[in-house]
Design a protein around this ligand. Structure first.
Ligand code: NOJ
Length: 737
């Protein structure tokens, strides 16, 4: 017994010795107990030039069915590759490739797998433009966390999202991917998404790294055409486009993507001022910048580089750390360093940035994605609930003449239109691994909702476009029999998103003509519109009694829509983007600068006001706003100020109300917008109840503004705080008051 004990102790001592020994021999970068910076520095010091260069390249793995991103399948991926866009949802393929990176390379550096997880991975929720109409950033954060969990468990470490490009031209297909026309709104939802995707710990197997895009100004693409030039002054760059990026960088985003556009002649992808001067130096971002797909090579057609090598040099020296599908860095960066055109110091800095994110993701400790069944990771009950609630809150009731909605007394309902039975188009563009069969059609939603209450009749009426009116007859026949006509119109999913601009934002004529025919019957006409952009509705508006903008709601699809039509749900969405009267008004947005002659300069042929303004959205109840109460009439710099408004639900049904707080600075050294959103809050208000909405004002942040170099300053003078049609004045006096 004694001998056995001694033998055991000897064995233990030997193994302890071995562990210390192996720990001592283990390189610092493999030691999870060391800080990220120690590990990064150690690893970089061991890398050869070629190994460094390979970390800065991204190829693809798996099959891409995105027409804009088609590339030859990568058959022979070097095991040293830094990153891959991962098109498969099975971790198997990823793990096989990762095994090569870990076991067949000298240093065993894991690959980071990225993917466009834009509005959900498999549980597709509404497009971002719609999400913003919910004015519920907490819910958006939860939805992004769902997307992150599904993606990470499928082998994706990094999403190319959120897109926080302020966009004011509905013709641009990518307006669907951002949070609308307002800088503050994009900032709030950008931060919410980053927090949702990344959580507090990137290495917990459920979170993913986020990527702000497209840095910067892409939303200003001229005439809504994609991939083109933008004309942005420094003042406008700071006033309109920077805020969402600044706030989301502060929130800790891991990465950014450079944009395709040039900014007044200098492409973002070769723009030292924005990439290095602002992002890395002024804001101190320590993650990395990836180019957009092919954006480095495109410096040639953009006319600032003569060949791929010069493009690589310009992009890299400007601050683009990783090359997404250009074959510019892998082919040329090594030579550029040897020739002294790119410094080794900059090369090391870029490699450090990429490695930092990999360490933070825990990829060195857990390079492989654990196997799980699809049931374990996709479409979980809690995930579906979040997607459905987000869709519910993002739907906007644009018009409701004489309380046409909800449909309480109809016993026969005609459901007509090309969108009524579509699953695919409800998902919108960039649906990641979303499947059409997961989406509930509007028709199915209505059928479920009105079961035992009303009989439904269906006719497509027409297609989304074209000239075939042969379906009108059946549509009119069923509408004649019905008490109400629900017309489901809109855009095909592929009409918005990347490379999907339209010259008009009206619906195709065939859809409008169908409504003209139905209107003749004298029945209440209810339009349900699904689109990836604001629409030109002036003709349809006159033909309809109620309009519900349902956007591209994702897989919850018809359920929330039907709930609103039936009155189970009280709509609460408000527009995150202006609906112009007609396409000719574009660009039209609420926060334009003050005009020299506000009373003149009107259009001769159309009204000058938009059809539906930013923040417009109706409810089934009525809300009465009391007077604004301010904590002070005069404040000094550094003082605190708060404003309150009581809101009472004076109707017959509980409802959620969002209060938007705008400010206006009528006289300042640089002409300011007529009003600017600075805060919003959404609360549930029960029938008869009054809720107080409060805005705590940080004077510098709220009344201050930036100059063309991004310096924030606060001027003395009068400011207005505006809520709906109420406003109060506050005077900012000297330094202290
Ligand atoms: C091009 C798009 O502009 C960008 O948004 C996307 O993330 C990349 N392709 C990768 O698919």
């Amino acid at each position: 017994m004694k001998n056995r004990k001694i033998a055991f102790l000897l064995l233990l001592a030997a193994s302890c010795n071995l562990t210390t020994q192996s720990k001592k021999d283990q390189p610092v970068y493999k030691d999870a107990g060391r800080s990220v910076e120690e590990r990064v520095n150690d690893l970089v010091s061991r890398m050869t030039l070629d190994e460094k260069v390979m970390q800065l390249n991204q190829y693809t793995l798996g099959r891409s069915d995105n027409a804009n991103n088609m590339a030859d399948p990568v058959n022979d991926i070097p095991a040293e590759i830094g990153s891959l866009i991962y098109f498969s949802s099975n971790p198997d393929l990823r793990n096989r490739l990762q095994k090569r990176a870990m076991e067949e390379t000298r240093l065993g550096i894991p690959v980071i797998f990225g993917y466009d997880v834009i509005h959900g991975y498999r549980t597709v929720y509404p497009i971002s433009l719609a999400q913003a109409c919910s004015w519920n950033p907490e819910l958006v954060k939860q939805a992004c966390a769902v997307a992150a969990q599904e993606a990470r468990m499928s082998g994706v470490d990094w999403t190319f999202s959120p897109m926080i490009d302020v966009a004011r031209d509905g013709r641009w297909g990518r307006v669907s991917e951002g949070y609308g026309e307002d800088p503050y709104t994009n900032a709030v939802f950008g931060v919410a998404s980053v927090k949702g995707y990344q959580g507090n710990d990137l290495s917990n197997g459920k979170n993913i790294a986020a990527c702000l895009k497209h840095y910067i100004g892409y939303g200003a693409s001229e005439a809504g055409r994609d991939y083109v030039y933008t004309e942005i002054s420094r003042q406008t760059l700071w006033d309109t486009y920077m805020l969402p990026y600044e706030e989301s960088v502060k929130a800790g985003v891991a990465t950014l993507m450079s944009s395709f556009n040039d900014i007044s002649g200098t492409p973002s992808t070769a723009n030292h001022y924005i990439l290095t001067g602002i992002l890395k130096q002024r804001w101190g971002h320590d993650g990395f910048v990836v180019s957009d797909w092919g954006a480095i090579a495109q410096l040639c057609p953009q006319g600032v580089a003569k060949d791929n090598k010069e493009a690589a040099q310009k992009a890299f020296n400007a601050g683009v750390d990783m090359d997404m599908m250009n074959r510019a860095y892998d082919n040329h960066l090594g030579d550029l360093v040897k020739e002294g055109k790119v410094s080794e110091e900059l090369l090391n800095d870029a490699v450090r940035r990429v490695l930092r994110v990999k360490f933070r993701l825990g990829l060195f400790e857990n390079p492989y994605t654990p196997q799980s069944t699809e049931k374990e990771r996709f479409l979980l009950p809690q995930s579906l609930k979040i997607a459905e609630q987000l869709s519910e809150e993002s739907i906007v009731l644009l018009k409701n003449e004489n309380n046409t909605l909800p449909l309480k007394n109809a016993s026969k309902i005609a459901v007509i239109g090309p969108m009524a039975k579509s699953q695919w188009h409800l998902l919108g563009s960039w649906r990641a691994q979303g499947k059409a069969e997961d989406a509930i059609t509007v028709y199915d939603g209505l059928e479920r909702e009105f079961k035992d209450k009303a009989k439904l009749f269906y006719a497509a009426g027409c297609d989304f476009d074209g000239e075939d009116k042969s379906g009108f007859k059946k549509a009119v026949t069923i509408a004649k029999e019905a008490d109400a006509v629900v017309v489901c119109l809109g855009e095909k999913a592929q009409w918005s998103g990347e490379n999907a601009s339209r010259s008009t934002i009206a619906l195709p004529q065939i859809q409008e003509e169908l409504v003209i025919e139905l209107k003749k019957l004298g029945k209440p006409v209810i339009l349900l519109l699904s689109s990836g952009r604001p629409l030109e509705l002036n003709r349809l508006e006159k033909l309809s009694n109620a309009i519900l903008q349902i956007w591209q709601p994702g897989i919850a699809g018809g359920n929330p829509v039907a709930g609103i039509v039936a009155g189970r749900i009280n709509p609460s969405g408000k527009l995150s983007i202006t609906f112009p009267y007609s396409t000719g008004q574009i660009p039209v947005y609420y926060n334009h600068r003050q005009s020299a002659r506000p009373h003149q300069g009107k259009y001769q042929d159309i009204p000058s006001a938009p059809l539906y303004e930013f923040a417009h959205g109706l409810s089934y109840t009525t809300f009465e706003y009391g007077d604004l109460k301010q904590s002070a009439l005069k404040v000094g710099k550094g003082d605190k100020l708060s404003i309150e408004v009581p809101v009472t639900n004076t109707g017959n049904i509980d409802g959620m109300e969002t209060v938007h707080w705008f400010i206006c600075d009528p006289v300042s050294s640089i002409s300011r917008p007529v009003k600017e959103l600075k805060h919003f809050e959404k609360q549930m208000i029960k029938v008869g109840e009054t809720k107080i909405f409060r805005f705590e004002i940080d004077l510098e942040k709220v009344f201050g503004f930036v100059d063309g170099e991004g310096n924030r300053f606060l001027e003395l003078g009068d400011y207005y705080i505006i809520v709906k049609d109420k406003k109060v004045k506050v005077e900012v006096l000297t330094e202290t008051f």
